[in-house]
Design a protein. Structure first.
Length: 410
């Protein structure tokens, strides 16, 4: 492309982006890869190809690196944010004397997948990507539920988690068999008890993330009022929550509806304060409560999360604790130990306070804010690439797509 002239001056035109013809298909493929790579590794491990924790880390690094290649462009802002957050994460690693790069990964995933969505030129491409992910999850879930004996021949989930170092052999029990420890509901199901105690995990290999993903699909379907195939996406969301018997996922869907209809009208400062208010409330509860035992119900999970938070030493609160603790049952405690209070303030501030393209994009951001704040109470799953990749891609697509006129064909 040659130079342009204005008033006798030569204006340099931006070079054509060679990635543009492949952008939508690449985004589609990367989202599916982030969604299914754990299931693929589980299949390989069950088939006799040994998998380790390093294999899982390598797969995540490869997906993030490929996403980075399609996510960032000549805009300086995303590069500066990425450099600042990664530098902070590396500083915490040095102060901890640790080689665990989870904190750095937790910064990378939002930045790269949000910007991958920002570069998506058409919301219809995002619709297709999200719906494809939903169909994959439901299809795998129905296979797991309907043909379980065949499923467990090819996907031994417990062996996979032991191989990657996320479980010890002593945690295997006869009740769950080859499933993850939460794959069987010891008591009766909460949602449609006649379906039995099996909680479907689908491609996530554990039912909690499956239920969370159902809430994510629900949020996109609620946001995209004129989406082609919207009813199918709602159906995928409902089936995912039902098959996983995800009672918390169902509650989150209700909260997402409230955030989209009413919550988006609240001031941004209230949204900024929300997770820290929840964290403070849990800390007060943990310090004041005299209970030391808990049940696997909502009240018990709240108590356990509060006890985990109040058990953290000051070094843990600021992200410089050298010891590695098991905090998967409390996302707030996990966030503090990985990124510290300063990192949490900056990261959440960027998420809540950066401008949204339009009112609908802000509504979706509010929905994902309530989703994150609620899930962090009982789980660190908002940080997992399995669900986080789609969440941040959706947010980026909402902020990056041009606003369409009402009634415009989709």
């Amino acid at each position: 492309m040659g130079p342009a002239y204005q008033g006798g001056a030569v204006l340099a035109l931006p070079a054509a982006d060679g990635r543009a013809p492949y952008q939508a298909r690449a985004a589609h493929a990367l989202l599916v890869a982030a969604l299914v790579f754990n299931a693929a590794l589980c299949f390989l491990n069950t088939a006799g190809f040994p998998v380790s924790g390093g294999t899982v880390i390598g797969a995540e690094v490869a997906i993030i690196a490929l996403t980075l290649g399609f996510a960032l462009d000549e805009r300086a802002g995303p590069w500066l944010i990425l450099a600042g957050l990664v530098s902070y994460g590396l500083l915490l690693l040095a102060l901890r004397g640790s080689t665990d790069v989870k904190g750095v990964r937790d910064f990378l995933i939002p930045v790269v997948f949000y910007n991958l969505g920002r570069r998506n030129p058409d919301l219809r491409d995002a619709d297709r990507a999200v719906l494809t992910c939903g169909v994959i999850v439901v299809a795998m879930g129905l296979f797991e539920y309907g043909l379980f004996d065949v499923y467990q021949k090819y996907f031994n989930i417990v062996r996979y988690y032991v191989a990657r170092g996320s479980m010890s052999p002593s945690e295997i029990n006869e009740l769950t068999g080859s499933l993850f420890t939460s794959g069987i509901r010891p008591d009766s199901r909460t949602i449609l008890p006649f379906l039995g105690p099996h909680r479907v995990s689908s491609v996530f290999l554990e039912p909690v993330s499956a239920g969370n993903f159902g809430a994510v699909l629900f949020a996109w379907a609620l946001y995209r009022r004129t989406m082609r195939g919207r009813a199918w996406l709602f159906l995928c969301a409902a089936l995912t929550v039902i098959l996983a018997d995800a009672r918390f996922g169902a509650y989150v869907c209700v909260a997402i509806t409230g955030a989209m209809w009413v919550g988006w009208r609240l001031p941004r400062l209230l949204w900024f304060a929300l997770p820290f208010a929840v964290l403070l409330a849990l800390a007060v509860y943990g310090f004041e409560s005299m209970q030391v035992t808990w049940q696997n119900d909502m009240a018990g999970r709240l108590l356990w999360a509060a006890l985990l938070i109040t058990s953290l030493p000051p070094e843990g609160v600021f992200g410089i604790l050298p010891d590695k603790l098991f905090l998967s049952d409390s996302g707030y405690a996990y966030a503090l130990t990985q990124v510290g209070v300063p990192g949490a303030l900056v990261a959440w501030g960027l998420f809540v306070l950066m401008p949204a393209r339009n009112r609908d994009a802000w509504r979706l951001r509010c929905a994902m804010a309530i989703y994150t704040c609620l899930l962090l109470v009982i789980s660190d799953s908002p940080f997992s690439i399995k669900t986080a990749a789609v969440v941040w891609f959706m947010l980026g697509a909402a902020d990056g797509a041009p606003e369409e006129a009402p009634g415009a064909p989709r």
